[in-house]
Design a protein around this ligand. Structure first.
Ligand SMILES: Cc1cc2nc3c(=O)[nH]c(=O)nc-3n(C[C@H](O)[C@H](O)[C@H](O)COP(=O)(O)OP(=O)(O)OC[C@H]3O[C@@H](n4cnc5c(N)ncnc54)[C@H](O)[C@@H]3O)c2cc1C
Length: 381
């Protein structure tokens, strides 16, 4: 599969599977297993896995384009996909000796969905500082942890779990483990009833004396933090920005459609023909959306050709994307008036979904802290 084929599959799935069901799934808070099956069937779950693992070996450019396309139709599914790609990349980067070959084969075959279980109730959005600590048990470990939000909770087959290392001395000395669904002690610990992204099952999960075999330890002891920074963060931030881009594009398209079709019959004009203020708002939305697309392209370029400014761009792009998505969808709500407010269009779903990115860790505020510290030459942690 090449870039064009992957994008064409994503478009097809977005049109055929996601778009027709997104409104109802949002209403019911229903996780779309059909969407995951379609993504798996099309080979998109193994998008970035190397060819020797059965994957397509594609890079961040295709990942961002596929994710934005999915988000245009249903941001909940796009977020499930993004978490899976981050989980899969972490598994694929596992230390030598980790028994991950079978898992990667299953992912490439489209039969295994993965996700990240980092955030903990104790350290909240500061996912790089888990409060749980794995306990050594023979050659493996036992983990007890309260994971506060896990996208695809109860639906994924593989959970990448963080916990402080049994002997870690510092607050970021974590280790990452692969915990398969069905492991004794792993459970969904509550419902998911979010403002937005309602169809992505981001429920809390509990690990209660959960035994992890030594071959499913993904990083060396204490090397979880480095994997979070080097493997997860760039992809997560790019993917979140791509979700924001998809939401913005959808908001522009829905607003344009509404301004063309809704009419002032007494004036004999559509809203768009009649009101320059609405045209100006639509223009601003378009400018912001294209600006975000340029940021996403710029980050892709930095990830393809890493350089001194790459980490700064990783941080900046997610921070900017969160605000842009909220701004553009808020403008869409305003421009489409009572019709948007009363759910005659999909715009209020886009508006609700758009609010997730900025509060997902690293949050927009934390990113600003990191960016300013980097600019000032201060240590980030
Ligand atoms: C839809 C959704 C899906 C999610 N999926 C996952 C998942 O799959 N896996 C996972 O591990 N987690 C996931 N999360 C959790 C997410 O990454 C964050 O950990 C969570 O949203 C943080 O919420 P909180 O209330 O604990 O934030 P808090 O930490 O309580 O933060 C509250 C406020 O304080 C601000 N703040 C915090 N620290 C600082 C600081 N140092 N400087 C300035 N401001 C600061 C924050 O920006 C925020 O505005 C998900 C969350 C959501 C909403």
């Amino acid at each position: 599969m090449n870039h064009e084929a992957a994008l064409s599959s994503a478009n097809d799935i977005a049109e055929r599977v996601l778009a027709p069901a997104s409104r109802q799934n949002d209403k019911e808070g229903r996780f779309s297993t059909e969407a995951v099956e379609a993504l798996g069937g099309a080979g998109l779950l193994g998008l970035m896995l190397p060819a020797e693992c059965g994957g397509s070996g594609l890079g961040p450019r295709t990942f961002a384009a596929v994710t934005a396309t999915l988000a245009e139709a249903d941001a909940s599914v796009a977020m499930v996909y993004l978490m899976h790609i981050c989980g899969t990349a972490t598994i694929a980067a596992a230390r030598p000796g980790a028994a991950i070959a079978e898992t990667l084969k299953e992912i490439a075959a489209g039969r295994l969905l993965s996700t990240l279980a980092f955030s903990e109730a104790g350290s909240r959005s500061h996912f790089w500082r888990p409060v749980s600590r794995a306990r050594q048990n023979g050659s493996g470990v036992i983990i007890t942890a309260k994971k506060s939000w896990v996208t695809s909770a109860g639906h994924a087959q593989g959970y990448v779990v963080s916990s402080l290392s049994p002997k870690g001395a510092g607050p970021t000395d974590s280790t990452l483990y692969l915990v398969p669904a069905g492991s004794v002690g792993l459970s969904v610990a509550g419902p998911w009833d979010g403002l937005g992204l309602r169809a992505n099952a981001s429920a809390p999960m509990a690990l209660e004396n959960c035994q992890v075999r030594p071959e499913l330890q993904l990083t060396e002891d204490g090397a979880g933090f480095q994997a979070m920074l080097n493997v997860v963060l760039p992809l997560f931030n790019l993917g979140t920005a791509a979700v924001a881009l998809g939401l913005c594009r959808a908001a522009v398209a829905e607003t344009a459609a509404h301004l063309k079709t809704a009419r002032f019959e007494h004036l004999g004009q559509s809203l768009g023909e009649s009101l320059p203020t609405l045209r100006a708002q639509l223009a601003t939305m378009q400018i912001e959306t294209d600006g975000l697309a340029a940021r996403v392209d710029d980050l892709v370029d930095h990830l393809e050709r890493p350089r001194e400014t790459t980490m700064l761009r990783v941080l900046e792009t997610k921070a900017a994307a969160g605000d842009i998505a909220i701004g553009v969808t808020s403008m869409a709500m305003r421009a489409c008036g009572g019709a948007a407010f009363s759910k005659h269009t999909n715009i209020e779903r886009l508006f609700r979904d758009a609010h997730a990115g900025a509060v997902m860790a690293p949050t927009g505020d934390v990113l600003r802290e990191f960016i300013a510290k980097a600019v000032l030459g201060m240590p980030l942690f």
